[in-house]
Ligand binder design. Structure first.
Ligand code: ADP
Length: 246
């Protein structure tokens, strides 16, 4: 089994409070791995430690066996670790086409501001349009993203992350705020990823988790509480007690 992403005895303290408590997580290559847990369990903190948005108090993060604990976030993206882009903060005035061109430019090392030279724009624009077509976003590619329906915005966030060609894709509640009937559509493009791309999903909607994931880790009060297949976790009495309130 090849391990794509791993944490070793990861700890994050905020003052005296331990938001991440000795978490050793192992995600195998190609997994569709869900991270669940009640509010305040430490899911977002853990994702932030993985992406480099936060620095751990102690412990390690490894990507493909390589220690990335001290690498800044953008370098991790370059190594193949991507999280969904936060459109509302970054891309509201941009159209999906422009956003996609920026994501591709970033992947190609042009940087966020220096996404020219012009000679390459045509190539980048063509690839951007192709990707948007694949993600069923081509009809709205000229509309400012802030004006898109919520489901389309979430879809674009995932599409932008996929455009960076990640080895490991981190999805932090990708369907949050999306109407019930569109939730499965948001994840459908993730299902189309090549099987060697690893996906880590944080999601509250258990229907989505159980239909998408092949492995589930349960966090509670900052610690890894249980881990197993969908079948094991859905039947686990202790998980039901802490998480589902049953
Ligand atoms: P989840 O995503 O599972 O809801 P979080 O990772 O957001 O959990 O939060 C875990 C705990 O850490 C919560 O009790 C939260 O209040 C605390 N926490 C998160 N970020 C900070 C911070 N920057 N400073 C202090 N406490 C924090």
């Amino acid at each position: 089994m090849t391990v794509a992403l791993e944490t070793r005895n990861l700890v994050k303290r905020f003052g005296a409070f331990m938001a991440t408590n000795d978490v050793s997580l192992s995600v195998r290559q190609g997994a569709r791995h869900a991270l669940i847990g009640p509010n305040g369990a430490g899911k977002t903190t853990l994702i932030n430690l993985l992406t480099g948005a936060l620095t751990p108090s102690s412990g390690q993060v490894l990507l493909g066996g390589e220690d990335i604990t001290n690498l800044p976030a953008h370098v991790r993206v370059g190594r193949g670790l991507s999280r969904t882009f936060q459109i509302n903060q970054l891309f509201g005035d941009f159209t999906p086409l422009e956003s996609m061109m920026l994501a591709i430019g970033e992947r190609e090392g042009h940087g966020w501001r220096a996404w020219k030279p012009l000679s390459r724009d045509r190539e980048v624009a063509d690839e951007a349009a192709q990707l948007l077509e694949r993600f069923r976003l081509v009809d709205t590619m000229g509309v400012p993203t802030a004006l898109l329906p919520y489901g389309k915005q979430r879809l674009l966030e995932i599409a932008l992350a996929i455009a960076t060609r990640p080895r490991v894709l981190l999805l932090d509640e990708p369907a949050a705020g999306v109407p019930e009937e569109e939730r499965h559509e948001v994840l459908s493009i993730v299902r189309e990823l090549p099987p060697d791309v690893t996906v880590v999903l944080i999601e509250h909607d258990m229907d989505l988790v159980f239909s998408f994931a092949d492995r589930i880790s349960v966090l509670a009060a900052g610690s890894l509480f249980a881990e197993g297949t969908v079948e094991e976790i859905s039947k686990d009495r202790h998980v039901k007690a802490i998480y589902l309130g049953e």
